[in-house]
Design a protein around this ligand. Structure first.
Ligand code: SAH
Length: 222
């Protein structure tokens, strides 16, 4: 990890600048979000053999049949977080590689993230530590249950798709102005934003997406 961190040289500065330009062309305009792609070296989040793919706008396999989302989607979801009425505390469902977690840790006060596959969580924890992002807490848990002892959250972001918005997650949002951002659907998934105003939910379908399914239970074996 240390050598990998030191290895960020001219080449990757240039490839990162190119990725940021591409994201800008795709409509990502928030400078705080674009800057995350400078601050969080994406190649640290994939196996070394796939490092060359880290700065392309594609999703990358991270093992255990899971994927790190393409940069555009990470950026779009992060913009939606920052556009929420409140975005101090964020719960992420599906830590995976930890890339989205680290991006969030750069733009909000506190990030909580749950993952159901232990070896993925362990690798993510090492990366988060190497980047010295101390405003992040991880837990092995089934994300369908949220993180009740830390609730309520200003925003909950999901990086795996359930067929319906999980009620527990809606319940763990702050009552006024809480926002849930996640892919929803089975064969056809939409990135969906649900804004909570007391008992009223305002649901917006943002765009079609392809995410891994959100699954129940935790998996501890490696
Ligand atoms: N945000 C991740 C994306 C990883 S893919 C990244 O930046 O790399 C989605 C992740 O969601 C996978 O790691 C998968 O194990 C996890 N996941 C799926 N269902 C889950 C659940 N019920 N609770 C917690 N994590 C879940």
């Amino acid at each position: 990890m240390k050598e990998q961190l030191n290895g960020i040289g001219m080449t990757s500065a240039r490839t990162r600048a190119r990725l940021i330009e591409r994201l800008f062309e795709q409509g990502i305009r928030d400078p705080r979000v674009l800057d995350c792609f400078n601050k969080v070296p994406r190649h640290l989040f994939v196996d070394e053999a796939l490092g060359h793919k880290a700065y392309e706008d594609i999703s990358v396999p991270i093992g255990y049949a899971q994927t790190l989302s393409q940069p555009y989607i990470v950026a779009r979801m992060t913009e939606l977080v920052l556009q929420a009425p409140h975005h101090e505390t964020v719960l992420e469902i599906g830590t995976g590689s930890g890339f989205q977690t680290c991006v969030l840790a750069n733009v909000v006060s506190e990030v909580f993230s749950v993952e159901r596959i232990e070896p993925l969580q362990q690798k993510a924890r090492a990366r988060i530590r190497a980047l010295k992002l101390y405003n992040t807490q991880l837990k092995m848990a089934d994300g369908f249950l949220g993180w009740p002892t830390q609730a309520p959250f200003d925003v909950i972001i999901g990086t795996a798709a359930p067929s319906e918005p999980p009620k527990e997650l809606v319940d763990q949002l702050i009552p006024d102005g809480g926002r849930l951002i996640m892919p929803i659907g089975e064969e056809e998934q939409y990135l969906t934003v649900i804004d909570k105003h007391g008992d009223e939910l305002d649901i917006q379908k943002i765009e079609p997406v392809v995410f891994v399914p959100m699954l129940q239970g935790v998996k501890r074996e490696s």
